[in-house]
Design a protein around this ligand. Structure first.
Ligand SMILES: Cc1cc2nc3c(=O)[nH]c(=O)nc-3n(C[C@H](O)[C@H](O)[C@H](O)COP(=O)(O)OP(=O)(O)OC[C@H]3O[C@@H](n4cnc5c(N)ncnc54)[C@H](O)[C@@H]3O)c2cc1C
Length: 408
């Protein structure tokens, strides 16, 4: 029996590790096909101290039980006798978030309302949503469920910036997050129960996992884009019999035996990612639509594969585009100012949301170093805009992106 895993993001890597650990498969029988030249998908790390790093945030959750169970068996790269989950949990125990200043207004005054500005009606509405069956919410949006006042509360600001929610997103997604993270409610402002990796997630999670898989002789096919999956026609059952992929400009295919396993990652949060630099705005994505292409093809042929159009396409871009920025500095002036403002040391403050910025910008000031090879005296922090489709405060929309030094 062989396993073919499409996608070398965290899910694909985890699937390979679990097949070895829990299903006694041998590494050489497992192949991971990754369209990119790098593994890790959304847990990426790019750039360097000179040109500036590019990385996502590093929030993780104490109730990501499956991930922590898996990482509990993966040794860290620095210490063979310490596993990744242990390092992660110890770090968080010793360095908890105690966000003193989560939201500031245009005058840099701290904003914090009693009960996050929610009234009894909002509380009842949230409780009702939590208890409503998902099936009866189909087609409804967050803005259909709550009053306009709800979207002016501190609760909505905290929640939407942490979870990436917009009023025009579906209420079903909101409800899933609500029920999944309800235990965070008392600490939304201080983020006391939110955990994060000690350094970027690529080096904290992906690299040790890949090293473990390599030691187990898993096959990695990087730069291999799986373009199609063929099925054997048997009544009432679909069985994959061939994978087709493109690699190095050549089209290839691999036959799949009846008892082989094929696991596919469909779509991606980092789909169509395009990175700018200090002086150049992000260009069009290098491989537009690639993360969705296979799913789209499968869904067009077989109804059971769902509806990818609910998640991507031109109509979805405005509601799902995310603009993030990683800042690399050679002096600590900015971080010192932020510490003075927030009274939280780097790494202990969670998020700082600039409520009156048109993009609703949030900053995440990491514990340093965020990148293991980061030279001393270099500082890395991260931020994102919840509403990047809006004109920024500094430049009108038409001029944004011409010079990234001035945008936003
Ligand atoms: C800016 C940003 C910030 C984030 N911050 C956090 C955070 O703080 N905490 C957190 O937990 N999560 C965060 N996330 C989310 C996190 O990155 C994802 O949840 C996670 O990476 C998903 O892993 P995955 O393997 O399911 O998918 P992905 O990481 O998207 O991996 C899918 C992989 O499959 C490959 N692929 C797709 N189609 C094909 C094909 N046909 N053939 C071959 N390969 C294919 C893609 O190239 C990709 O590498 C963030 C994401 C982004 C973009």
């Amino acid at each position: 029996m062989k396993a073919h895993i499409v996608g070398g993001g965290f899910a694909g890597l985890a699937a390979a590790a679990l097949l070895i650990r829990n299903a006694d498969m041998s590494g050489p029988d497992i192949t991971i096909y990754e369209a990119d030249e790098k593994l890790g998908g959304g847990f990426f790390l790019a750039g360097n101290a000179k040109s500036g790093y590019n990385l996502p945030g590093s929030i993780f959750d104490r109730h990501f039980h499956c991930a922590l169970d898996l990482l509990g068996k993966i040794p860290t790269q620095a210490y063979a006798n310490i596993n990744v989950a242990e390092q992660f949990l110890t770090f968080n125990k010793e360095h908890p978030f105690v966000d003193q200043t989560h939201v500031v207004d245009r005058n840099l005054h701290r904003i914090h309302d009693q009960r996050y500005g929610l009234n009894l009606g909002d509380g009842l509405r949230l409780a009702k949503l939590s208890l409503t069956r998902e099936a009866s919410l189909d087609g409804q949006l967050i803005k259909d469920w709550f009053s306009p006042r709800f979207f002016t509360t501190e609760f909505w600001l905290l929640w939407s910036t942490m979870m990436g929610s917009l009023p025009q997103h579906t209420i079903i997604e909101f409800r899933r997050y609500l029920n999944r993270f309800v235990y965070l409610f008392p600490d939304l402002s201080s983020m006391a129960n939110v955990l994060r990796s000690q350094f970027n997630q690529h080096q904290a999670f992906v690299e040790p996992l890949v090293a473990w898989l390599e030691r187990n002789q898993v096959n990695f096919l990087k730069g291999a884009f799986v373009s199609d999956i063929a099925f054997a026609g048997s009544p009432g059952r679909m069985t994959v019999n061939r994978l087709e992929y493109e690699r190095g400009g050549a089209s290839m295919s691999v036959d799949i035996a009846a008892n082989d396993i094929v696991l596919v990652t469909t779509g991606s949060q980092a789909a169509d990612l395009s990175a700018g630099t200090m002086d150049t705005p992000p260009g069009p994505p290098p491989n537009p639509g690639r993360s969705w292409a296979l799913w789209r093809k499968l869904a067009a042929r077989h109804k059971g594969f769902g509806n990818p159009d609910a998640f991507f396409g031109d109509d979805r871009i405005a509601d799902s585009r995310w603009v993030t920025f990683t800042v690399t500095t050679t002096g600590s002036e900015f971080l010192d100012e932020i510490t003075n403002l927030t009274h939280s040391d780097p790494g202990s403050g969670g998020l700082l949301t600039l409520k009156d910025s048109n993009w609703v910008i949030s900053l995440s000031i990491f514990e340093q170093p965020e990148v293991l090879s980061q030279p001393p005296g270099t500082f890395v922090w991260w931020g994102y805009g919840l509403l990047p489709e809006k004109a920024g405060n500094v430049l009108p929309r038409d001029n944004q992106g011409e010079n990234p030094r001035q945008s936003g």
